[in-house]
Design a protein around this ligand. Structure first.
Ligand code: PAF
Length: 287
C-alpha cells in the first residue's frame, strides 16, 4: 500500500481511525530533510508497532531569531520517497496554520532543564520542541514514539515531559547514525562545503578522544584539546559532560552513564554531537 499523506488533523484522524483498535502505533517526529538517521528511527518504529506514522513539520516555534528557519532544507518529495521505501503507513505534513491556527496562546515550558547546555545557547528552543511534540502526541495518540539520541537533551526533555505531564506514550531513543569517518548524520550537514565538512569532523573526534579517558576532568580535557586544535576552523559553543537525565554537569566522583556533548559553529552551520559514556569502571560505549 502506498503511503497516505495527511495535511491536517481531519485527514490525520481519518487515517488513524481506519486502523483496528488493537494495533500498536509508532510515531517518528521529524522536520524532514530525511537521511539515513531518520530511516533508522523508522525501522526502530516498525520493529515496535503495527503502524508507523512519520510527521514532517519544520516547527517555527523551536527556531530563534537569526536561526535557520527560513533556509532549513525542505525536501518533501524526496522525503516521501524515503517514507515509501521504509514502508511508512502515514506521513503527517501539516502547514504552520494547520498545526497552530491563527491565535495560539498556550505552550509547554521546559523548565530549568531547558535553559542549560543547548537551551542556554538557544533560548526558548526546547519550549518550542516540547510544545510541538506534545501536540503531535495528542493528535496521533501513538503507543510509542522514536527519537534520535543525537539530540540528547531533546530526548531527555521529552522523557521528562512524558513523566511530568503523564503522557501515555513510550519514548524510545535510537543510536546516532554516523558517516564512516565519524560525522554524525544531520539534516544541517547539507549546508556544509567540502572544507567545512572536513572541519566538522573535529566534533566526533573530540568525543572519541574524551571516551578514551575515564575520569570526568580528563574526559573533558581530552575532548577540549581536540576542539582547541581546530579553533581556527570551528567556533566552539560548549563541550560538557552531563547527567543524561538532568543535563547537569557530573562531578569527579560520578558513576554511571554520562553524556559528553559538544556544539560548535562550522562556517555558518551550528552542529551538535554527543556520546554516552559509562563512568566508574565499566566499558565506555558510543551513543
Ligand atoms: O528532532 C527534530 O527533528 C525536532 O526537534 C522534532 C522532534 C521533530 C520537533 O520538531
Amino acid at each position: 500500500m502506498d503511503v497516505t499523506v495527511a495535511g491536517d488533523r481531519i485527514d490525520l484522524a481519518k487515517a488513524r481511525g481506519e486502523w483496528p483498535a488493537g494495533e500498536r502505533v509508532a510515531l517518528v517526529p521529524t522536520m524532514g530533510a530525511l537521511h539515513e538517521g531518520h530511516r533508522s528511527l523508522m525501522r526502530e518504529a516498525r520493529a515496535r508497532a503495527d503502524r508507523v506514522m512519520v510527521s514532517i513539520f519544520v516547527n517555527p516555534l523551536q527556531f530563534g531569531p537569526g536561526e535557520d528557519f527560513s533556509r532549513y532544507p525542505r525536501t518533501f518529495d524526496a522525503d516521501l520517497e524515503v517514507c515509501r521505501a521504509e514502508g511508512v503507513d502515514v506521513v503527517f505534513a501539516p502547514s504552520a496554520e494547520a498545526m497552530y491556527g491563527p491565535d495560539r496562546q498556550v505552550s509547554v515550558s521546559s523548565g530549568a532543564m531547558g535553559e542549560v547546555v543547548e537551551g542556554a545557547s538557544r533560548p526558548g528552543h526546547f519550549d518550542g520542541v516540547l510544545t510541538v511534540v506534545l501536540k503531535l502526541f495528542n493528535l496521533v495518540q501513538p503507543h510509542v514514539a522514536v527519537f534520535g539520541q543525537k539530540d540528547a537533551q531533546q530526548l531527555a526533555l521529552i522523557r521528562r515531559m512524558v513523566r511530568d505531564l503523564d503522557v501515555p506514550v513510550e519514548i524510545v531513543g535510537a543510536p546516532t547514525v554516523r558517516e564512516p569517518d565519524g560525522l554524525a548524520l544531520s539534516s544541517r550537514n547539507r549546508y556544509l562545503s567540502e572544507a567545512e565538512r572536513g572541519s566538522a569532523l573535529a566534533l566526533s573526534r573530540s568525543l572519541r578522544a574524551g571516551a578514551a579517558e575515564s575520569a570526568p576532568s580528563r574526559i573533558l580535557a581530552a575532548a577540549r584539546a581536540v576542539l582547541d586544535a581546530a579553533a581556527a576552523r570551528i567556533a566552539l559553543d560548549y563541550v560538557v559532560l552531563v547527567d543524561p537525565a538532568t543535563f547537569t554537569p557530573v562531578d569527579e566522583a560520578y558513576t554511571g552513564e554520562a553524556v559528553l556533548a559538544v556544539a560548535a559553529k562550522v562556517g555558518n552551520t551550528r552542529l551538535i554531537d554527543n556520546m554516552v559514556l559509562t563512568l566508574g569502571g565499566r566499558e565506555d560505549h558510543v551513543g
